[in-house]
Write a protein that binds this ligand. Structure first.
Ligand SMILES: [Zn+2]
Length: 193
C-alpha cells in the first residue's frame, strides 16, 4: 500500500469517527432535551402544588393578619380555624396546616411533638389569667384580649429534649418561632407576608 493508500484509509477512518461522534452527540442532546422537558414539567407541577401554601398575608401594626384581626382576639369563628391532627386542638387555619406538616415531618425524623394548648377563646383566657396570674404581675397568662393564643397563632407543645432541639433547628421552616423567654413550650406562628 502506497502513502496515498494509507492517507485515504486514514481519511476514511477519521470520517467514520466523526460520523460516530456526531451520532452520539445527537443521541445525547436528544435525551438531554427530553430530560429537560421532564424536569420542566416536574418543576411546573411542584410550583402548582405548592402555590396554595405560598399565600401571603397582610399584617396590621401588631403583626396580626388583617382578616384575622377583624374578628377580634378570642373571637375567631370556627370557619377560620383548623384542627391539629386528630386532636381537639385548633389554630388559625394556616397555622394549623403548617403545624400539621411540621408534626408529620418531625415524626419522619423519629421526633414526637405533642400539643397541650392552642386557640383559646376569650373566656378561657379570662379563666387562665384568674388561675395563673398575669405576666405583668409575675404570673403565666397574657392579659385577656392580647394573647397570641386568642388569635389562634400560638401553640403550647409537649417537647422532650430531642423534640425541643429538633424544633429549634427546624421550626422556622414552618413559620414557628420560640418567642417567650422561659416558655420553651410556647411557639408562635409567623405567617408569610
Ligand atoms: Zn402559650
Amino acid at each position: 500500500m502506497g502513502i496515498e493508500g494509507v492517507n485515504s484509509r486514514i481519511a476514511e477512518i477519521q470520517s467514520r469517527i466523526i460520523a460516530l461522534q456526531t451520532q452520539r452527540a445527537g443521541t445525547t442532546s436528544a435525551s438531554a432535551t427530553s430530560a429537560q422537558g421532564t424536569f420542566a414539567s416536574h418543576l411546573q407541577g411542584a410550583i402548582a402544588s405548592t402555590a396554595p401554601t405560598a399565600q401571603t398575608y397582610k399584617l396590621n401594626s401588631k403583626g396580626i393578619p388583617e382578616d384575622l384581626a377583624a374578628y377580634g382576639n378570642g373571637k375567631i369563628p370556627e370557619t377560620a380555624l383548623g384542627r391539629v391532627g386528630n386532636t381537639g386542638h385548633k389554630l388559625w387555619a394556616p397555622a394549623a396546616q403548617s403545624l400539621n406538616g411540621m408534626i408529620e415531618d418531625a415524626r419522619r425524623d423519629g421526633v414526637e411533638i405533642g400539643i397541650t394548648d392552642s386557640y383559646r377563646p376569650y373566656a378561657e383566657q379570662v379563666d387562665l389569667a384568674r388561675r395563673k396570674g398575669l405576666y405583668s404581675q409575675g404570673g403565666l397568662a397574657a392579659k385577656p384580649g392580647t394573647s397570641e393564643h386568642g388569635w389562634g397563632m400560638a401553640t403550647d407543645l409537649d417537647l422532650n429534649a430531642k423534640a425541643l432541639s429538633w424544633m429549634r433547628k427546624n421550626a422556622g421552616n414552618y413559620g414557628f418561632v420560640e418567642n417567650v423567654a422561659r416558655e420553651s413550650w410556647h411557639w408562635a406562628y409567623r405567617p408569610p407576608t
